[in-house]
Design a protein around this ligand. Sequence first.
Ligand code: FO1
Length: 315
Amino acid sequence: MHIVVLAGGIGGARFLTGVRAYAREVGAEVTAVVNVGDDAIMHGLRISPDLDSVMYTLGGAADAERGWGRAGETWAVRQELAAYDAQPTWFGLGDKDLATHLVRTNMLNAGYPLSAVTEALCARWQPGVRLLPATDDRLETHVVVETDEGQRAIHFQEWWVRHRGDIPTRRFVFVGADAATPAPGVLDALGNADVVLVAPSNPVVSIAPILAVPGLRAALTGGRAPVIGISPIIGGAPVRGMADKCLAVIGAECSAAGVGRLYGPRREGGVLDGWLVDTSDDGADVPGVTVRATPLWMSDEVATTAMVRDAMELT
Ligand code: FO1
């Protein structure tokens, strides 16, 4: 069996620990297609937050409390950069994490595509699933905000890390998406999938940029595999992160049903066949989609694996 997971951020990373455990039980292969819209250049280095969150989490090296970066991190370089007032001071790169960005940047500068770089980095972390960036091309999420001088577009990291999303916001733009192509292996993985799971990741800035890569959405919706999504919203609030702020910007309801409707039923131009919601959202109505309720708190790997089993039963 081949399971493909669309994922981004810490929600996607934690969910994948359960998918990996489930896959080990049943002898399945897992491919994670990961968002690159959060990627940025900071201090001359290429940062891939979602790929790294997944890689570190599955590699047992993530800082679970902070939700990004390495456990046991130190910050000497950050302090030194701040002493030079090197911008952006609002974005912190840990000493251990920096090694990942140095290797990635060197390999990219040497001409390797991001997918090959990711494979090389994963040789160390052995995540137990195949990690593929959605695209090797530049695809960055920018955010159009209102300032005293009028509208301007800022990088998603500036919107979130610097402003915490607390700035009048008009829309999200996936810069480069139109010209992007799926990374090697992505279309084949979707074509050979027995099931596609949409992780409980941010639908607006984690999953939408993946689906914005031309050809990827068609491969998903035109494939033979059922597509099952897991709600990132429990009881009207995101488990973690900024999905509430992002949903408000695009005028979507911050609820399990609201996100299910945003994805929409596959047979009517959307992506979902099934939608898993938390027991507290039992009764959520997503017309055209089979909805089931089960506990969705990813408190540990056992709970997360149970959730994945329930998602698989929706297929
Ligand atoms: N998030 C923060 O809130 N502050 C930071 O300084 C920060 C640095 C950072 C460095 C590398 C990395 O991979 C992620 C980092 N994040 C930081 C997390 C990141 O901004 C977002 O949470 C994700 O992009 C959303 O999934």
